[in-house]
Design a protein around this ligand. Structure first.
Ligand code: SAH
Ligand code: SF4
Ligand code: F3S
Length: 441
C-alpha cells in the first residue's frame, strides 16, 4: 500500500462544463485535506479531465499520460476523468498505466476511488447513476470574478456526429433551489458574473419555490434579483429550445448580457438533416431575426463543422452564405472528426483531407472578417468592462465587455470591478478601452 497523495493537480481539456467539473473535483480533494500543486510534475495525484469530442482531444490524453513519467522512472498517481474516461475506460486501462478511471457522472466518488487505487488496484467508476452527483459535492467556497454554474447536463438530441449523448447521458436539469444556493455561494465567494452551463442549457426546466414550472428564462429572472451579481450568461443553446420567453429575457433582463452562442453547424439543409440537427437554415435565420428584434446589439456566436460526410462544394458554399447573412461576432469552426459509435462514422462520402483543410480555411477567414467588423463597430461605444485579470503592461488590466470582447485598459480598478469605459480602438481579437472619469460637478 502506497502513501495517500498529499497534493493534486487537475488538468481540464474540454468544454466549459469540463472546466466546471475540474473545479468541483479540486474542491472535493481540497475538502480531503490535499493541497493544490500548480505544476503537474510536482503533484502526488494528477487528474486528467479529458474531452472526447474530436479525435485529437483523445490522442492528447495518451501523450499526456506518457509525459507524466519522471526521469527516475516514477510517476504520480494518475486519474483519468471526463468524457474519454466514460467512452473508453477499459481501453485506457489497457493502453496506459493509470490508477483511476472516473466518468463525468461519477466524479463525486473520486476521493474513495483514489483511496482504493492506493492499494495498488485500478479503480474504475463510469456509472451513470440516476441520482445526482451534485448532492455529494463539496460546497462552493472560492470563486474568481467570473464563475461557471452547471444547471443542465446531458443531451437527448443525438446529432449523428456527436459523442456527448453517450459520454454525458440523457438530459437532466438540476433543481431550482440547489442552483439558487450555488449561485448565492459563488457570489458570496466573489463572483460578479455567472455563466450558466449545459450541453443544452436552454432545455433547462424546473419548479420554482412556489411550485411553478419554469424554463431557463425564469431562472435567469430569479438570478437577476440576486444582490451582488452583476452579469449573467448562458451556454450552449440548441436552436430548437430557444423559447420566446428566453428571447424576451434578452430584451428586458438587465443583467443578462447581449451575447448568444447558438451553434448551427452547417448552412445546408441536406447536411443539417444528415446531421439530425432538427432545424433548417431558414428556421435558424428567422430565430436570429427574432432575437435581434428584441436586442439589436446582441453578439452572435456559433459552431460549425466542415467536411461532414458527403458535403459538396455547393453545400459548403451554403454555409459561407449563411455566415455572410448572420455576421457573427465570434464563432468556432471544426473539421469533421469521425467518432467511434456515432452514426455518421459509417456514412458514405468522406471528404478528402485537403478539401476539408481548404474549407476550414475559407470559413475561418470569413468568420475572422466578421469578428473584426464587429469589434471595429464597437469603437466609440461607452460601456462597462468587468475586470478579470492584470495585463502585461504596468497599470494595465484585462476584462470583458458585455459582448464578451476582451478589453484592455489602464486603470486603478481591481479584479472584479465594473469599470465605465469608452472603447477607443479595435485589434483583431481585442479592444482597447479608456476609463471614463466622472465629470467634475
Ligand atoms: N451542445 C452543444 C455543443 C456540443 S460540442 C451543441 O449542440 O452545439 C461543441 C461543438 O463541437 C459542436 O457544436 C460541434 O460544432 C463540434 N463537434 C461535435 N462533434 C464533432 C465531431 N465529431 N467533429 C467535429 N466537430 C464536432
Ligand atoms: Fe452534441 Fe448535438 Fe447534443 Fe450538441 S445537441 S451535444 S452537438 S448531440
Ligand atoms: Fe468534450 Fe465532454 Fe465537453 S466530450 S466538449 S468534455 S461534454
Amino acid at each position: 500500500m502506497s502513501t495517500p497523495p498529499k497534493s493534486f493537480h487537475v488538468k481540464s481539456f474540454g468544454c466549459q462544463m469540463n472546466v466546471y467539473d475540474g473545479e468541483r473535483m479540486a474542491e472535493l480533494m481540497t475538502a480531503q485535506g490535499m493541497t493544490v500543486a500548480t505544476d503537474a510534475a510536482e503533484a502526488d495525484l494528477v487528474v486528467l479531465n479529458t474531452c472526447h469530442i474530436r479525435e485529437r482531444a483523445t490522442e492528447k490524453v495518451y501523450s499526456d499520460i506518457g509525459r507524466l513519467r519522471r526521469e527516475d522512472g516514477s510517476r504520480p498517481m494518475i486519474a483519468v476523468a471526463g468524457c474519454v474516461a466514460q467512452a473508453e475506460g477499459a481501453e485506457i486501462a489497457r493502453r496506459a498505466k493509470v490508477d483511476v478511471v472516473v466518468g463525468p457522472q461519477a466524479y463525486h466518488n473520486l476521493p474513495s476511488l483514489v483511496a482504493e487505487a492506493g492499494s495498488g488496484q485500478l479503480a474504475i467508476d463510469t456509472d451513470m447513476p440516476p441520482e445526482s452527483k451534485f448532492g455529494a459535492l463539496a460546497p462552493r467556497r472560492r470563486s474568481g470574478p467570473t464563475a461557471f454554474l452547471t444547471v443542465q447536463e446531458g443531451c437527448d438530441k443525438f446529432c449523428t456526429y456527436c459523442v456527448v449523448p453517450y459520454t454525458r447521458g440523457a438530459e437532466v436539469s438540476r433543481p431550482w433551489a440547489a442552483l439558487m444556493d450555488e449561485a448565492r455561494a459563488l457570489v458570496d465567494a466573489g463572483a460578479r458574473e455567472i455563466t450558466l452551463l449545459g450541453q443544452n442549457v436552454n432545455a433547462w426546466t424546473g419548479e420554482d419555490e412556489a411550485g411553478r414550472t419554469q424554463g431557463l428564462d425564469g431562472l435567469i429572472r430569479a438570478l437577476d434579483r440576486l444582490p451582488g451579481l452583476a452579469r449573467i450568461r448562458y451556454t450552449t443553446s440548441h436552436p430548437n429550445d430557444m423559447t420566446q420567453g428566453l428571447i424576451d429575457a434578452h430584451g428586458d433582463v438587465e443583467k443578462l448580457m447581449p451575447y448568444l452562442h447558438l451553434p448551427v453547424q452547417s448552412g445546408s439543409d441536406r447536411v443539417l438533416k444528415a446531421m439530425n440537427r432538427s432545424h433548417t437554415r431558414d428556421g435558424y435565420l428567422r430565430l436570429l431575426d427574432r432575437v435581434r428584434a428584441v436586442r439589436p446589439d446582441i453578439a452572435l456566436s456559433g459552431d460549425f463543422i466542415v467536411g461532414f460526410p458527403g458535403e459538396t462544394d455547393a453545400e459548403f458554399a451554403d454555409t459561407l452564405r449563411l455566415v455572410d447573412a448572420v455576421g457573427y461576432a465570434q464563432a468556432f469552426s471544426f473539421k469533421y472528426s469521425p467518432r467511434p459509435g456515432t452514426p455518421a462514422a459509417d456514412y458514405a462520402g468522406p471528404v478528402p483531407a485537403d478539401v476539408m483543410d481548404d474549407r476550414l480555411q475559407q470559413l475561418q477567414a470569413a468568420l475572422l472578417r466578421d469578428q473584426q467588423a464587429f469589434n471595429a463597430a464597437a469603437v466609440g461605444r461607452a460601456t462597462q468592462v468587468l475586470i478579470e485579470r492584470r495585463g502585461k503592461l504596468p497599470g494595465q488590466m484585462l476584462g470583458k465587455s458585455p459582448w464578451l470582447q476582451s478589453v484592455h485598459l489602464i486603470t486603478d480598478a481591481r479584479i472584479g470591478d465594473l469599470v465605465e469605459v469608452d472603447l477607443v480602438a479595435a485589434g483583431p481579437v481585442s479592444l482597447s478601452g479608456r476609463e471614463r472619469v466622472a465629470a467634475a460637478a
